[in-house]
Design a protein around this ligand. Structure first.
Ligand SMILES: Nc1ncnc2c1ncn2[C@@H]1O[C@H](COP(=O)(O)OP(=O)(O)O)[C@@H](O)[C@H]1O
Ligand SMILES: [Mg+2]
Length: 233
């Protein structure tokens, strides 16, 4: 199995702070890989580093064999990597339709709109509603849908379950699980239940470094590991 994205011994520096101290990831095409770890472990910084949003990096990040370190966020996005940040940021005064069309890079996006609405029927119902009128779950689906409007082959999704009620989290799980037919996904989660439903493999971060990697089944069977790093039974 070949890795679509490979992160090797990644170090990230923000100002005077050395934030990442050796992150390693390998993501197989067509799968969902989960990055787990406590608050402050370096999950968001890892995604931001992949997108070229952290100015000082050492180590290596390759996408289809191409080195990403040193490229601008715009170029990285155009290679086919979509980023869904953790705050469900949608434009509050624009409708669902406008939010989607604003990010479309080419005409092909109209055809992809159909695909997005099939994946997220909730967005079809809310098509003419403004961002500020959407529920938390609808905002999250719009944020993910926006990243699918362009032909991205890899999506980085940061804590899609954050701040959502359990019934809504259930919907987000269903939505993300359907993404696999369309794209490869790296999912950051603090919620182990969400992670274990969706992920096939896991990468556990602690203090800015990768401390464990394996299949989700291995994590399910490793009570010690879950207790030590995730504070869940
Ligand atoms: N812009 C920044 N300036 C200084 N420290 C930062 C900055 N961004 C993140 N950090 C620190 O880096 C560490 C990792 O943060 P982050 O990647 O957001 O963790 P996570 O997403 O796993 O909660 C934390 O200790 C955080 O305080
Ligand atoms: Mg984070």
């Amino acid at each position: 199995m070949s890795s679509m994205l490979k992160v090797e011994d990644l170090h990230a520096f923000i100002g005077q702070f050395h934030i990442l101290h050796g992150v390693n990831l390998g993501i197989t095409t067509g799968s969902i890989a989960v990055i787990l770890g406590r608050n402050g472990a370096g999950k968001t910084t890892t995604l931001r580093s992949i997108m070229g949003l952290v100015p000082k990096l050492e180590g290596s990040i390759t996408f289809d064999g191409k080195e990403l370190i040193g490229l601008t966020p715009e170029i990285i996005a155009r290679l086919g990597i979509g980023y869904v940040p953790e705050d469900q940021a949608v434009f509050s005064s624009l409708t669902v339709a406008e939010n989607l069309r604003l990010v479309a890079r080419n005409k092909e996006a109209r055809a992809r709109e159909e695909m997005v609405l099939e994946l997220f029927p909730d967005l079809k119902v809310a098509w003419t509603k403004k961002g500020k009128a959407l529920s938390g779950g609808q905002k999250q689906m719009l944020a993910i849908g926006r990243a699918l409007i362009n032909p991205n082959r890899l999506l980085l999704i940061d804590e899609p379950s954050k701040g959502l009620a359990p019934v809504v989290i259930e919907k987000v799980i269903q939505a993300v699980s359907k993404l696999k037919d369309h794209t490869t996904v790296i999912l950051v989660e603090q919620n182990y239940l969400v992670a274990s439903h969706l992920g096939e493999s896991y990468h556990l971060l602690d203090n800015g470094r990768t401390v464990h990697t394996g299949t989700m089944e291995e994590l399910r069977q490793n009570d010690d590991l879950r207790k030590r790093y995730l504070a869940v039974g």
